[in-house]
Ligand binder design. Structure first.
Ligand code: NAD
Length: 303
């Protein structure tokens, strides 16, 4: 068995998941350095598209493992600039893998997405061997990044655990999504539209459950390329999610529409968590209803 990992480099350290993962890894006793586009007390500046810079950083740091989370995160981003999405998510991932090869770093945890799965006509549980085939540029970029990492695992021995994570929610998320958009619409008193259950089922996972999965993943990396589903264990329509979210403040009339051609959690069934349980001992702990209620009514100071 490999010795436990201590020194880790985290890309995307300033992001929503990155900040939480950095804190979680440090709390678990790891020594973690971070990088992101902008400098920060916890991150050195690094553009993943700059191969020479990525190579130089990992050559200087020589961590034992990389957690790669830096990306354009979400199908709703860069929709008019897919090339940027691919430059960051695919070429950026290639740069990380190549920098690891040159620096002799052989273990990687990659923050992938359930957007890599092909739309499915059924709602059967989706295991990691389900057909792949993303339905949007973001999913395609994460799938291409996985292909790069699979090749580096095969050809260069970079052992990779790719966490295929469903939609993440929780405090600190900056990219727009159903929860923040609904709270904003409710605050402004504008009508709230949700997609119907047939076209767009949602499987949210709380950011702290993702942190637990990453912390377990760093000690579970094994030779080869291993994808592992990570989700929160619920499978609900947008209407059900919005009703839970707004329950504490009152639910206004909702307009239920057909899918806008967008499947935020992939047009797939619930992610099967058997492999996550077997390899990582992962099971989601955060209760969706209470965590959503807390986002709608954040606990304030006692008066
Ligand atoms: N949020 C989700 O629902 C979700 C679901 C599945 C997977 N993921 C994956 O998790 C990771 C983190 O996502 P997030 O939601 O925290 O997003 P985020 O946007 O909050 O964080 C991403 C970070 O990557 C950085 N970044 C972007 N371009 C970069 C570049 N060229 N060079 C260096 N850094 C760059 C950003 O500055 C940002 O801090 C991503 O890889 C994303 O694909 C997210």
């Amino acid at each position: 068995m490999s010795p436990p990992i201590s020194r880790i480099h985290l890309t995307g350290a300033n992001g929503f998941i990155g900040r939480a993962v950095l804190a979680g890894l440090r709390a678990a006793g790891h020594e973690v350095s971070g990088s992101d586009l902008a400098a920060d007390p916890d991150a050195v500046p690094l553009d993943l598209r700059d191969r020479a810079a990525v190579v130089a950083l990992l050559a200087a740091q020589r961590p034992e493992l990389v957690v790669h989370g830096g990306a354009i995160s979400g199908a709703m981003l860069a929709t008019d600039d897919p090339a940027r999405m691919f430059d960051v998510n695919v070429a950026g991932t290639l740069n990380v893998a190549e920098a690891m090869r040159r620096a002799g770093v052989s273990r990687l945890v990659f923050l992938s997405s359930n957007a890599v799965y092909a739309p499915a006509p059924t709602r059967d549980p989706v295991g990691e061997d389900a057909p792949l085939g993303a339905a949007d540029a973001y999913g395609a970029s994460k799938l291409a990044a996985e292909s790069v990492l699979r090749a580096y695992a095969e050809s260069h021995g970079i052992a990779t655990l790719a966490l295929r994570i469903s939609s993440v929610f929780g405090p600190g998320r900056v990219t727009p999504y159903l929860v923040s958009q609904t709270l904003e619409a409710a605050r402004r008193g504008v009508p709230i539209e949700v997609t119907d259950a047939r076209s767009n089922m949602r499987q949210f996972v709380h950011v702290q459950d993702v942190v637990r999965a990453v912390v377990r993943a760093v000690d579970a990396v094994r030779p080869g390329f291993t994808p592992v589903n990570i989700t929160g264990g619920t499978y609900l329509s947008e209407e059900e999610v919005v009703r839970l979210l707004l329950a504490p403040v009152g639910v206004p009339p909702l307009t239920v529409i057909a899918s806008r051609g967008r499947h935020d959690d992939g047009a797939v069934g619930p992610l099967d968590l058997s492999r996550a349980a077997a390899l990582l001992g992962y099971r989601p702990r955060v209760d969706l209803a209470s965590a959503l209620a807390e986002l709608a009514c954040p606990p304030g100071p006692l008066t």
